[in-house]
Every structure is written in structure tokens, then in C-alpha cells.
Design a protein around this ligand. Structure first.
Ligand code: FAD
Length: 383
């Protein structure tokens, strides 16, 4: 709980108390947003303190102690929560900047078992959350800025958001399950942003396995020149009428075998030395084309297409653990054998943060279940 230390008047104290009480009356999922920084900003606003007075104020961080903390609220984290909660470990899930994870930015999910008619990503993640909550999982909406894994209990330092300056929450935990996921790398061009701002999820995708099916009989574009791009292009020829690989260089970076497979595929065409400048279309029609630029002859033109798959790789969200946990050269966390154990006893990793290969909701959920079982066994063995 936030408290005032040092300089304060009884009026200021009363005001903070009022804000905190008001905060607790909000539904659980809305509380985090106004925790820490939020309360502090409202406090400054209402009490009308000048900058010198603000300097004199100190806020104490909230400290939380738990047996199990799950960092991340995507399919891996929430599945770990369901298992840990049912094992009566009272887990705390840290939702972070994207409550529900990557699936919340997609529309139809048709390959998650149990939903014969398909389900939208946000609806699916609401179901995950409700199931975890039903068994007593608690949620906290903070950005974890740094961690200390040098001794147990481990310490996590949380801020209201990635951009805020002050640590407002300190969490001490016996076992940590990391499920921070991964992010697709994007081109950074206009039209690529998630809908409604752009056409992301409305013709623009970064996952052929997830969205290829929606492009049956349509011409599509794959952006990239590495193994990921060749794999996605080959896979997409099962559905698309034609796949055009747009690559900014004159040769591929992909391995020889992947290149050969792509060159042999009659449905794949290549546009060399070509950069995508903009993805064209609108909310009603989805993607209609791409604005391209040939970096050899400096000419711009429009290529009609109905879908764009950006396949320039993924970045696991594991920056936080650099130098602390073993990871591969890209940053995927390493786990031991068939378990979800990292190199530090009591720290487990699951989902896309440790999986550079399958990257699906169902596999993330599967490894989340494994991580929770591993954590539960670790705790009972160390008691
Ligand atoms: C557009 C799109 C469509 C997709 N469609 C499908 C599909 O149809 N079927 C399918 O099976 N898969 C699909 N996927 C893949 C699927 O979404 C992922 O495999 C899955 O979400 C991975 O789950 P995860 O729990 O490992 O991580 P994520 O879902 O990535 O969740 C990561 C969590 O970690 C939190 N986090 C990260 N860093 C921090 C931090 N420092 N502090 C606090 N919290 C943090 C985030 O807030 C988030 O809650 C799709 C992916 C995308 C992008």
C-alpha cells in the first residue's frame, strides 16, 4: 500500500487515504491502473502541490510476499495460474502491459481445441482469466522493471508502466514462473498497426499457422528473406492462390535447404531489392495492396494483394533476465530437458519466452501447465 513519509499535512494524509479507499472499490481488474503512479498523480492534482512541495514528498513502495508469482498473463501464464491455484498455492499473476497476451490483438482463433466454432482472441483469454480467478488467482497490473534472482526469496521490482520512473511495488517470491512471451518484429510501416488504427488482424499478420487459413484462394505477400519467411511462404501456398516474397536484398538469408524448397514451389514468386513502404486498404475491405519501392531503380509502385504476412522474426520478452538466466543468442530462455526449470532453482520459464519453434497458444498453455507442476514439486521438496 502506498503511504506518505516525511513532509505531509493531515489534509494530505486524509486525501491519500480517500484515494486508496476509492481505488479498492473498483473491480479488481481496474485497480492496478490507478495503483502507485495513478494514485500519486491524482493526489498531486487534487492537493494542488507545487513542484517544490512534491519534491519533499516520499512514497513508500507496496511490498507483497508470495509463494508463486507468474510473470505474464498470456496462455502460458494463465494456464500456470489455473494449475497453481488448484494446487492451493495462491498464485499472483502479473499482467503487465498486455493483459491476456498476444491473442488479445487477434480476431478469430480457430485452432484452439474445445471451441468447435472458433472464438475471438480476447474472448478466449477472458475465459482463461475467469478460470484462473475461479480458483483464487490474484492479479496485479504492473510492469516488472528489474529482478533480483541472486537469493530466495527472489525480488521483483514493479512500476505502474514501462515509462514511469518510480518503483511502486516490491514482490518477494519463493518460486517465479516466467511467461513474458515474445513479440513479432514488424516492418514499422503505415497500415501495419493493429486494427482499428491499421490493418493488423484485418489482412496483416505475423503468424501463417494462425491466419493462413483465412486466405484461401487469395494472392498474398510475405515480407522477409530468412528461414522464417521461407517457412511461412511454403506453408501459405497450401491456401493462397499465389505467394509473393518481397525482400529488400538481392539474395535470401535463409538456409540453402529452405531456399531450394521455396524456389521449387511454383506458387511462390520473388520480388528482389524491394521494400514495403505502406500497406494499403481500409477497415471495410481489409488489405488491398502494398506500396513498394525498388531500391535499385528507385521506382515506387503498387502491388495488389489481399494479405501481408510479416516474417522477419520474433523477439522474446526476456531483456529483464539478461545476464541472470541462461538464454540462446536470440534471447529465448533455456529450460532443462523435458522440464520447465531454468538454470536457477525455483525459477521456471514457459510459453513463447522459451519456445522459438512452435509459438502457439496451445503449446504455450501446455508448457504453462508443466511449469506450474514443476514449481509445485519444487516447493514441496524444499519444505
Ligand atoms: C496476431 C496474432 C495472432 C495469433 N493467432 C494465433 C492463433 O490463432 N492460434 C494460436 O495458437 N496462436 C496464435 N498466436 C500465437 C499466440 O498468441 C502465442 O503463441 C501465445 O500468446 C504465447 O503465449 P505466452 O503466454 O507465452 O505469451 P504472450 O501471449 O506473449 O503473453 C506475454 C505476457 O507477458 C507480459 N509481460 C511481458 N513482459 C512483461 C514485464 N516486463 N512485466 C510484466 N509483464 C510482462 C505481457 O503483458 C503478457 O501478458 C497469434 C499471435 C499473434 C501475434
Amino acid at each position: 500500500m502506498l503511504e506518505l513519509r516525511g513532509y505531509y499535512s493531515s489534509e494530505a494524509r486524509r486525501m491519500l487515504r480517500f484515494l486508496q479507499l476509492r481505488e479498492r472499490r473498483l473491480p479488481a481488474h481496474a485497480q492496478g491502473a490507478a495503483n502507485g503512479e495513478g494514485i500519486k498523480n491524482q493526489f498531486f492534482f487534487i492537493t494542488n502541490l507545487n513542484s517544490i512541495e512534491r519534491e519533499k514528498l516520499f512514497f513508500m513502495s507496496e511490498e507483497i510476499n508470495r509463494k508463486v508469482v507468474i510473470l505474464g498473463s498470456g496462455p502460458a501464464g494463465l494456464t500456470a495460474a489455473i494449475y497453481a491455484a488448484r494446487a492451493e498455492l495462491a498464485p499472483l499473476v502479473i499482467e503487465g502491459p498486455q493483459p491476456g497476451g498476444q491473442l488479445t490483438i487477434t480476431t478469430d482463433v480457430e485452432n484452439y481445441p474445445g471451441f468447435a466454432e472458433g472464438i475471438t482472441g480476447p474472448e478466449l483469454m477472458n475465459e482463461f482469466r475467469a478460470q484462473a480467478e475461479r480458483f483464487g488467482t490474484e492479479f496485479l497490473s504492473v510492469w516488472i522493471d528489474r529482478v533480483d534472482l541472486s537469493q530466495r526469496p527472489f525480488t521483483l521490482y514493479g512500476k505502474a508502466s514501462k515509462d514511469s520512473r518510480e518503483i511502486t511495488t516490491i514482490i518477494k517470491v519463493e518460486t517465479l514462473i516466467i511467461s513474458t512471451g515474445a513479440s513479432a518484429k514488424w516492418l514499422g510501416v503505415k497500415g501495419e498497426e493493429p486494427a482499428p488504427a491499421g490493418l493488423g488482424g484485418n489482412g496483416v499478420s505475423a503468424c501463417a499457422t494462425c491466419d493462413g487459413f483465412f486466405f484461401r484462394g487469395k494472392p498474398i505477400v510475405v515480407a522477409g528473406g530468412g528461414d522464417t519467411a521461407m517457412e511461412e511462404a511454403n506453408y501459405l501456398t497450401r491456401f493462397a492462390s499465389k505467394v509473393t516474397v518481397v525482400h529488400r536484398r538481392g539474395e535470401l538469408r535463409a538456409s540453402r535447404i529452405m531456399q531450394e524448397r521455396a524456389f521449387k514451389n511454383e506458387k511462390i514468386e520473388f520480388l528482389w531489392n524491394t521494400e514495403i513502404r505502406e500497406i494499403l486498404g481500409d477497415a471495410a475491405r481489409g488489405v488491398t495492396g502494398i506500396q513498394i519501392y525498388n531500391n535499385q531503380n528507385q521506382k515506387e509502385s503498387v502491388l495488389p494483394t489481399e494479405g501481408v504476412f510479416v516474417a522477419i522474426g520474433h523477439q522474446p520478452n526476456t531483456e529483464l533476465f539478461k545476464g541472470l538466466l541462461e538464454m540462446d543468442e536470440v534471447g529465448y530462455l533455456k529450460t532443462e530437458g523435458r522440464t520447465m526449470k531454468t538454470n536457477i532453482p525455483g525459477v521456471f520459464a514457459c510459453g513463447d519466452a522459451q519456445d522459438d519453434y512452435y509459438r502457439q497458444a496451445i503449446t504455450a498453455a501446455g508448457t504453462g501447465c508443466m511449469a506450474a507442476i514443476d514449481a509445485e514439486r519444487f516447493l514441496s521438496e524444499s519444505e
